[in-house]
Write a protein that binds this ligand. Structure first.
Ligand code: C5P
Length: 227
C-alpha cells in the first residue's frame, strides 16, 4: 500500500469540469484516472497537461487490438509520462504492450474479465471457463508476460494477490466508504477492506467527484482507512 492509495476517476465530459474538480481537491489527491469518456473528448493533450502539472495519471483505455497497433499506441502513451495504462489480458496484447513501453516508467495493468461480464457473456464469446477460472488464468498470464499489475474488484483482490505475487500492483475500482455503503443493497467493499484484501490503489469516482466538498470527502475517506 502507498501513502495515499486513492486514484480519483475523472469521469467528466470535458477538461473544464476535470480541471475544476482537481482545483477543488486542492492537493488532497495527485493521482487521477482518465478514462474513455474524457480521453474521447480531450485526447492526450489533456493527459500531457496533467503530467506536466506533476499529476500521476492512470490512463484507462483498455487497449485491445493487433499486436503492432498495441505496441505503437503504448509507445505513444509512454512518451506522455502517464503512470499506468490498462490493456486487456490476452497474451498477444499484453506482450505487445510490454514491448511498446520499452524502458519507460509506464506501468502496465491487465484487465482480466470486465466486471460487467457474467458466465453467459463468456459463453457468448465461446469461452467455456467460469469467470473465476478465466480471471486466474489471465492473472498468471499477465505476470508471465511482464505486466506490472492487475485491475480487479476488491472481492477478487485476495485471490489475485495470491496468484500474482507480492510485487504485483493491484488497482481496485468499485469501493465505497463505510458511510456511503450504508443503505446499499449490494455488499460493496470499503476502502479499508480493499486494502486489507491486498489492493495497492483504489479508484474512487463519484463518491469524491460528486461530493459537496470533494476535498473534505477525500480527506475523510483517507482518515476512515487509517483508523
Ligand atoms: O463508481 P465510481 O464512480 O467510484 O467508479 C469509479 C471508476 O471505476 C469509474 O471510472 C468506473 O469506470 C470504474 N469502475 C470499474 N469497474 C467497476 C466499477 C467501476 O472499472 N466494477
Amino acid at each position: 500500500m502507498t501513502n495515499n492509495p486513492i486514484i480519483v476517476a475523472l469521469d467528466f465530459e470535458d477538461a473544464t469540469q476535470a480541471r475544476a474538480l482537481i482545483s477543488r481537491l486542492g492537493g488532497a489527491s495527485d493521482f487521477y484516472k482518465v478514462g474513455m469518456e474524457l480521453y474521447a473528448s480531450e485526447g492526450m493533450q489533456f493527459v500531457r497537461e496533467l503530467t506536466e502539472a506533476a499529476k500521476q495519471i492512470f490512463l484507462d483505455l483498455k487497449l485491445y487490438d493487433i499486436p503492432e497497433t498495441v505496441k505503437r499506441a503504448t509507445a505513444q502513451v509512454a512518451k506522455t509520462g502517464a503512470r499506468f495504462l490498462t490493456v486487456h489480458g490476452s497474451n498477444a496484447v499484453m506482450r505487445a504492450a510490454v514491448e511498446g513501453r520499452g524502458a519507460s516508467r509506464l506501468g502496465l495493468l491487465a484487465v482480466t474479465v470486465l466486471t460487467s461480464f457474467d458466465r453467459e457473456d463468456l459463453a457468448e464469446l465461446g469461452y467455456p471457463a467460469s469467470i473465476e477460472d478465466l480471471v486466474a488464468l489471465r492473472v498468471k498470464n499477465a505476470m508471465a508476460a511482464g505486466m506490472d499489475g492487475i485491475v480487479c474488484s476488491a472481492r477478487e483482490a485476495a485471490a489475485v494477490r495470491a496468484l500474482a505475487g507480492p510485487g504485483a500492483i493491484l488497482v481496485t475500482p468499485g469501493v465505497r466508504s463505510e458511510s456511503a455503503a450504508v443503505g446499499d443493497q449490494k455488499r460493496v467493499a470499503t476502502p479499508a477492506e480493499a486494502i486489507a484484501a491486498g489492493a495497492d490503489y483504489l479508484v474512487i469516482g463519484r463518491e469524491i467527484t460528486r461530493a459537496a466538498d470533494p476535498r473534505a470527502e477525500a480527506v475523510r475517506i483517507l482518515g476512515e482507512m487509517n483508523s
